[in-house]
Write a protein of this length. Sequence first.
Length: 330
Amino acid sequence: MKTRLGRRDVETFSLSFLDAICCGFGAVILLLVLTEVGEPVVFEKSREELQSQLLKLQEELHEIRGTSEVLNRELTARQSVMSVEQLKIARLRGDLSALRGQFQSSRKEADVVNTLEGQLVSAQQDMTEEMKRLLGAQYRRPSNEAVGGIPVDSEYVIFIIDTSGSMFNYVWATLQRRLEDTLNIYPTVKGFQVMSDEGGYMFPSYRGKWLPDTPVQRKAVIDRMKTWTPFSNSSPVEGIVEAIRTYYSKEKKISLYVFGDEFTGSSIDSVVKTVDMMNREDRTGQRRVRIHAVGFPVRPDAPQYTNIRFATLMRILCERNGGTFVGIDK
């Protein structure tokens, strides 16, 4: 009896164990089947994404290489242009140095000339007084007499005044004295006018007209100069053009005086040609508008380039239009 019970216990245990083992193997096989079915799909999708990213990166690389080549070509071209510009700058610096040397030399010559002209004016005045004393009422100043080298035979006078900051802050008091002195060398004229270098009028109500030459009007001009500071671009071209275009007349003798220190325009040659066209020569080779100029110094610490250009321009205009250029050093 005992032997039979022991066998049944062993057989029951063995069958349960085999069932458990079979279930375990079945589960493992099912997991393997599921894993092998899902993995190829995931791997294929990942591979396609990687290939897409690779293609995109390759395209970006090609674009970057193309852009780099274009930039390199532009850089090479600009380096070539820069080399050419550097050569031009070097040449211009050399020309500027030469012009500065010539300008300094001309200023020294101008000082000598101004001194001699001052002595000449003094001698002429002394001689005039002596002639007046000897000749009495019979003495008259010749119509073509020149004072200090400046012809004073004009019937009308126009002043073009640079009203820029460099003039107002540095030489304005000197300019006022020079303006008054210039007016005084014309005891009487038929009319005069005062304009800025931009072509603006000191007295707008007289635009296109002549100021009457009276002691009251002359004093009004001198007084107005103390505070008259309209906008200026440091170039007398606009004022010269406006004055000639408005007042030019074959029946009038006109003198135009330019007071300034700088020329900031782009081309001296174009200004000279423009004035030549407007102020044409007559049959005798004379021009109806004389152009005189007084050049004032700029501050010692300021660039001298525009000052030199002003002197160059006005010397040419004065020479071609029957006038005189005078340089003032202080």
